[in-house]
Design a binder for this molecule. Structure first.
Ligand code: TYD
Length: 212
């Protein structure tokens, strides 16, 4: 796969609906790669930089006042622009493996499909925001809205602004993630999030090892 804009590094994103278990899998992958002697940077969106963490609380916490859909999309894109230029590109240029919990596809799915702003428009906005920095591999942990809701309400803290949207919002998001993966199968690994965490981790590591 040509990667003309940088010499080294490998960029892996975990995506999926709320409650899919992305953080667990990102952590397991990072730990396995580190144990093999690789330099790994684990990060997340929204967040990953000081400005990104502030934007995260602005857009996710309840009680910040009304946030319309376009503002929400731009806040996620602004957070991502800072993340790409301050964190992701420097690490990739230094030859590191970058593992991020969420990236552009989250905006395409949540803001493009969930908020109905249009998936192509949101893809373009984020292509611009990141100056065209796309993952080498996206691991999609596919979760149904019902499963996701069950998982995140079991012993968890209160739902954030987006999690507390109704199931049809989450159904649109799920379909948008699957459509992205269908369009470029070579750049995606789609796994059923209902699988055992250890089994999912093995499948992810096998696929990543093919790219090293
Ligand atoms: P995250 O912290 O990953 O939550 P969780 O660990 O519960 O999956 O993401 C927080 C929320 O932000 C989540 O509901 C998805 C949403 N989100 C968007 O709507 N657009 C985006 O671009 C990103 C990165 C996240």
């Amino acid at each position: 796969m040509p990667r003309p804009d940088r010499a080294r590094g490998l960029f892996i994103a975990f995506e999926g609906g709320d409650g899919a278990g992305k953080s667990t899998q990102a952590q397991l992958l990072a730990a396995s790669l580190q144990a093999q002697g690789h330099r790994v940077l684990r990060t997340r969106e929204p967040g990953g930089t000081p400005i990104g963490e502030k934007l995260r609380s602005l857009v996710l916490d309840h009680g910040q006042g009304e946030i319309d859909a376009r503002s929400e999309a731009l806040i996620f894109a602004a957070s991502r622009a800072a993340h790409a230029v301050q964190v992701l590109r420097p690490a990739l240029d230094a030859g590191e493996i970058v593992v991020t919990d969420r990236y552009i596809d989250s905006s395409v799915a949540y803001q493009g499909a969930g908020r109905r702003l249009g998936t192509e428009r949101i893809r373009e906005l984020n292509d611009w925001a990141t100056d065209g920095l796309w993952p080498d591999l996206t691991v999609l942990l596919d979760v149904t809205p019902e499963q996701g809701r069950r998982r995140r309400t079991t012993g968890q803290a209160a739902e954030d602004r987006l999690e507390s949207e109704p199931d049809d919002f989450h159904a649109r998001i799920r379909q948008a993630f699957l459509d992205r993966a269908d369009a470029s199968p070579g750049r995606y690994l789609v796994l059923d999030a209902a699988g055992a965490a250890e089994d999912l981790a093995v499948a992810v590591l096998q696929r990543v090892e093919q790219l090293l």
